[in-house]
Design a protein around this ligand. Structure first.
Ligand SMILES: Cc1cc2nc3c(=O)[nH]c(=O)nc-3n(C[C@H](O)[C@H](O)[C@H](O)COP(=O)(O)OP(=O)(O)OC[C@H]3O[C@@H](n4cnc5c(N)ncnc54)[C@H](O)[C@@H]3O)c2cc1C
Length: 373
């Protein structure tokens, strides 16, 4: 008998499953995708979109179109909680959606706890996720640049802050408008989990362009126009971007499901919940219980074939295969000036070649999955 598979979130780990909806349909199963947007943006190219190296349509997948074209159903909504015993999902709109089998790829979010304002919307304070936010940031930066001198503060000490700051510099330089003073508030040590030579190359590149990397302590609070450090020292800013680390989607904790210490859905080697074998997951929203994985798109992408296989196998009552996270992964940072920093194991280099390789790999990835549309 056909089963109903509900995919929640059309993120990086569901891409191969989305490209193969027709296989489920041909075997008599139903597929529904629930997501808050008709598109999914590829985060690896997000900073490049901010700096206008890429247009938005070059870095996004038309998830709705892809699913509907193959006979699946798309629901524009957001899942807020899960009842695993009733096999039912609650949606933001108030609707409920039942499932036989569910797979989550709902990613992670940037916490808003630092934002201190009574207003529902904090003007000129943006989170770097979802990646769509970077389009609003781009528009606002160009408006500010047309008005005159301004300041941008970026909260966070990871590589995404380096990529964002370099690409803000690029955007304003190429626009011919006023360039902002850009300050990175990186806690006590910028890119602390990277080797010295990677950090040095990134910092040198940013500082050459006048971008300040501050390692004076953590940010305690942000409010419109102002950013306050734990020391009490504060900085006036016209636009503030938040990238102080990410957390898995809160829906699993909110539903009292088994999670890891970070709140991610706990999954076993087969990428399903040990307690609920019809509940699968991939990407930033899971806690892989064998060993916690970094929150990088690389793992979400590596999970694609396993999720496709196991979802199809579960529908057909066949054997599942385990996920092997694999060894060290390649990282290349896009610094916004046509150069990058490349790192794989002990190999580290920077320059135009590094960005060339990243651009090639990212475009090839997009081309492969956009072809299914
Ligand atoms: C600026 C930036 C640059 C980055 N660059 C890189 C890089 O170069 N390489 C790399 O490996 N990693 C990079 N990362 C990390 C990367 O973003 C994440 O690891 C990756 O996005 C995880 O993919 P995902 O599919 O799990 O989540 P996401 O990409 O966040 O996708 C989740 C999807 O689920 C949907 N969704 C969310 N909540 C719900 C809900 N409740 N109900 C239904 N749908 C929902 C969202 O709309 C989205 O489509 C970067 C991150 C940032 C912020």
């Amino acid at each position: 008998m056909g089963r109903h598979l509900v995919l929640v979130g059309g993120g990086h780990a569901h891409m191969l499953t989305l490209a193969n909806v027709h296989r489920f349909v041909q075997k008599g199963h139903r597929i529904t995708l629930i997501g808050p947007s008709e598109h999914h943006y590829y985060s690896g190219m997000g900073p490049g979109m901010l700096g206008r190296t890429y247009a938005p349509e070059e870095i996004r997948f038309q998830t709705r179109r892809l699913v509907e074209k193959q006979g699946g159903t798309f629901i524009l909504d957001t899942v807020t909680s899960i009842d695993p015993d009733k096999k039912s999902l609650k949606l933001k709109s108030g609707a409920e959606q039942s499932y036989d089998l569910v797979s989550f790829n709902v990613g992670s979010y940037v916490p808003r706890e630092l934002i201190q304002t009574d207003q529902a919307e904090a003007p000129d304070i943006y989170q770097v996720k979802p990646i769509e936010n970077l389009l609003a940031v781009q528009k606002r930066l160009l408006e500010l640049g047309a008005e005159g001198e301004f300041r941008v503060g970026i909260v966070g000490g990871g590589p995404s802050t380096a990529e964002i700051s370099g690409n803000i510099h690029r955007l304003l330089r190429n626009s011919g408008r006023c360039r902002p003073q850009i300050q990175l508030f990186a806690g006590l040590k910028f890119m602390a989990r990277f080797p010295r030579q990677v950090r040095r190359k990134v910092i040198d590149s940013l500082e050459k362009r006048g971008i300040e990397v501050l390692e004076e302590g953590y940010v305690r609070a942000v409010e419109p126009g102002r950013l306050i450090l734990e020391s009490g020292y504060h900085y006036q800013q016209d636009l503030i971007l938040l990238a102080p680390g990410i957390r898995p989607s809160p829906i699993f904790r909110a539903s009292s499901l088994p999670t890891g210490p970070d709140g991610g859905l706990r999954v076993n080697d087969f990428l399903h919940s040990p307690d609920y074998p019809d509940m699968f997951g991939g990407g930033d929203c899971i806690y892989f219980q064998k060993r916690p994985l970094d929150k990088v798109g690389v793992y979400a992408v590596r999970q694609n074939p396993v999720l496709l296989h196991n979802l199809l196998a579960r529908c057909e009552d066949e054997d599942l295969i385990p996920f092997d996270p694999g060894g060290d992964y390649l990282l290349i940072f896009n610094l916004g000036d046509g150069t990058g920093v490349f790192r794989k194991k002990d190999i580290v280099f920077n320059g135009r070649l590094a960005f060339f390789i990243k651009d090639r790999l990212d475009r090839r990835f997009m081309k492969k999955f956009q072809a299914f549309e």
